[in-house]
Design a protein around this ligand. Structure first.
Ligand SMILES: CC(C)(COP(=O)(O)OP(=O)(O)OC[C@H]1O[C@@H](n2cnc3c(N)ncnc32)[C@H](O)[C@@H]1OP(=O)(O)O)[C@@H](O)C(=O)NCCC(=O)NCCS
Length: 125
């Protein structure tokens, strides 16, 4: 489901994922946050910075979805990005057939700036 909802809907071989993760760690404009409480890792948020904007991508561990964690993680990550990265806005790309994601972004105050099969969303901080 996570792969299906990402913009590239193909299974990712382990070695490709390892190479991708090494690239994340090496890129100073890419930030990977882990949502953790009581030793449990609930999900991740990634920011890719472009000037005063960053594109956000969020994933909650499938075991913990539908419990309000995605919404909380989204808000906590935006607060972190505002304080630490001094961003002016956050953008997101969300497939139209991803209602859970559209619901959490809508609730967190993101607006659709360009609708489509993949919606572009924006939130000014
Ligand atoms: C999107 C995602 C992060 C949401 O995480 P989550 O912890 O399940 O989210 P929450 O429990 O906080 O909220 C889910 C919301 O979606 C709503 N929802 C879930 N399925 C829905 C559906 N089929 N139709 C309409 N609303 C739906 C829930 O009612 C809830 O809204 P509410 O709080 O108003 O009731 C999670 O599903 C995920 O990791 N998906 C795969 C990766 C992904 O798609 N990322 C987004 C692209 S950046």
């Amino acid at each position: 489901m996570t792969v299906a909802m990402s913009l590239v809907s193909e299974p990712v071989p382990l070695e490709d994922h390892v190479r991708w993760f090494e690239g994340v760690l090496a890129n100073p404009r890419r930030h990977l946050l882990i949502g953790e409480a009581g030793g449990i890792r609930y999900g991740t948020v990634r920011f890719d910075e472009i000037d005063d904007t960053a594109e956000i991508s969020i994933t909650v561990n499938p075991e913990f979805r539908g419990q309000g964690i995605g919404g909380k993680l989204l808000n906590a990550a935006a607060q972190w990005a505002k304080e630490e990265l001094h961003l002016g806005r956050i953008i997101a790309q969300i497939k139209q057939d991803n209602p859970a994601s559209l619901a959490i972004f809508n609730k967190a105050g993101y607006e659709i700036s360009a609708p489509g099969e993949v919606n572009s969303l924006v939130k000014y901080l």
